[in-house]
Design a protein around this ligand. Structure first.
Ligand SMILES: [Fe+2]
Length: 461
């Protein structure tokens, strides 16, 4: 009897070891995080150096093996790679995922806690343009090894302390496209290219405390277009299922891969985000025969329909349409809105650009902070591309009533900051009325600009 029991235990032990050998262990986990997906869904992601996916435990239930999103792969350089000095993209991590069940309260992946979807959103934390620039085509190399010169890790640490309910990244996550030139100590030995090591060092490692603090909503930037870091975008950050047409592996599919459909994400009873993928948009006005023009036009029309579903929409896409550009001289005013997107958006809303119901437009791309309110019927425009990537000059000190960001758009309140930082939006309900407190912080978490946003107007001090 004793022998039978020990034999049985030995068999069970072997079975357990056999099963474990085919699942990722905690030590192999590179990152776990939660991503906001369309239609109120939330997706948990796990990146592991193991070939197989780890197990996820919802509440106290039985662990389940996560689904495979993307297996490890070495992807050849695309024929249209953005940088001349390119190399095979080595994705030596497995991307795994699981949809958050509506009734689940908590989740753990191999014992590691996963941020749960918020029951209510009070504080949204915003970053954009976070990576460390290494770009040979512009001979631009940021000092990635110096935490003051590339402050994203500091920003993520300070931001996590503010305990947001949701973190929003408004695009340009990946910046390490070219090898650091020999002899340049500022970026010596930095990983580069579009594979996992560059993604890890540019985003997942420095962002770790913030990824652990709350779920994220990712908005795609031009750096994540298919011919740049698009393959990583789809493996790691895109909210929809990965398909062979939407993975950026073959340029033939780019008209699908580069133009994700807009979707909404609820913020409150009253407000929603409309997430718009402008990653491949041109800085120059479109010819109406350009396939990208028709794509964006149809998507904006779809976004206008989505806007009708809630009293207020916050339109969120990487490239600003109503913004001032940075310059060497802060006394100089220069427009910074995307002429490409303006040429499409004006076909739907000739003056306002954004669909009716959009009270706030949120962007990155331009590496500074701007909060712009208009006397005219334009939504408040926020530019928040100052979260780590190389600054490109000064925001103008003022925008005069005679300066025009677009056609007849008259600015009546303008706040800006040219240094690195990040922002929060706090929901305020007073006498049944919902408004938002926008705060801009230094990388150390010191608040420096406060704005109140209400009914499509903002006031900053
Ligand atoms: Fe950008």
């Amino acid at each position: 009897m004793k022998n039978t029991v020990s034999r049985g235990l030995a068999v069970l032990g072997m079975l357990w070891m056999f099963a474990s050998a085919f699942q990722a262990s905690a030590s192999e986990l590179e990152s776990v995080y939660t991503v906001q997906a369309p239609q109120g869904h939330w997706v948990v992601r796990a990146l592991t150096s193991a070939a197989n996916c780890p197990r996820i435990t919802w509440d106290q239930q039985k662990p389940m093996v996560m689904q495979l999103r993307a297996a490890q792969a070495n992807l050849p350089v695309r024929s249209d790679a953005a940088q001349a000095d390119s190399k095979t993209s080595v994705f030596d991590v497995t991307s795994c995922e699981a949809t958050w069940p509506a009734q689940a309260q908590s989740a753990q992946i191999e014992g590691r806690a996963v941020p749960a979807p918020p029951k209510q959103i009070q504080r949204i934390l915003i970053v954009a343009d976070t990576g460390c620039r290494m770009k040979a085509s512009e001979n631009s190399f940021q000092e990635c090894n110096d935490a003051d010169k590339w402050p994203f890790a500091q920003i993520a640490q300070s931001a996590a302390k503010l305990k947001p309910d949701l973190v929003v990244h408004i695009g340009d996550v990946h910046y390490r496209e070219s090898p650091c030139p020999q002899g340049n100590l500022g970026c010596a030995n930095a990983s580069w290219g579009y594979g996992w090591d560059a993604w890890r060092d540019d985003f997942f490692k420095p962002a770790a405390p913030l990824l652990a603090s709350a779920p994220w909503l990712f908005v795609r930037g031009n750096h994540e277009a298919c011919f740049r870091a698009g393959q990583g975008w789809f493996r790691f950050l895109d909210a929809l299922p990965l398909t062979s047409e939407r993975n950026c592996n073959d340029p033939v599919n780019d008209l699908k891969g580069d133009f994700s459909e807009p979707f909404t994400a609820a913020i409150s009873e009253r407000a929603q985000f409309i997430v718009f993928d402008s990653s491949k948009s041109s800085g120059k006005a479109y010819n109406v025969n350009d396939p990208a023009f028709s794509k964006y036009q149809a998507q904006l029309q779809a976004a206008a329909k989505l806007a009708a579903n809630k009293p207020e929409s916050f339109f969120i896409n990487h490239h600003p349409l109503l913004a001032a550009a940075p310059s060497k001289d802060p006394n100089k005013f220069k427009t910074g809105g995307s002429a490409g997107l303006q040429s499409v958006f004006q076909t739907v809303e000739p003056n306002r650009l954004f669909p009716q119901g959009v009270t706030l437009a949120m962007h990155g791309h331009v590496h500074l902070f701007e909060a712009i309110s208009f006397q005219t019927n334009h939504p408040v425009s926020l530019v928040m591309g100052n979260s780590g990537s190389l600054n490109e000059g000064h925001a103008p000190n003022v925008i005069a009533p005679t300066d025009r960001l677009y056609k007849d758009a008259v600015v009546d309140n303008y706040a800006s900051r040219s240094d690195y930082g990040f922002a929060t939006l706090d929901r305020i309900v007073e006498a049944g009325q919902e408004s938002w407190q926008l705060t801009e912080y230094t990388p150390q978490g010191q608040p420096v600009i406060h704005c109140r946003i209400l009914n499509g107007k903002s006031r900053c001090h």
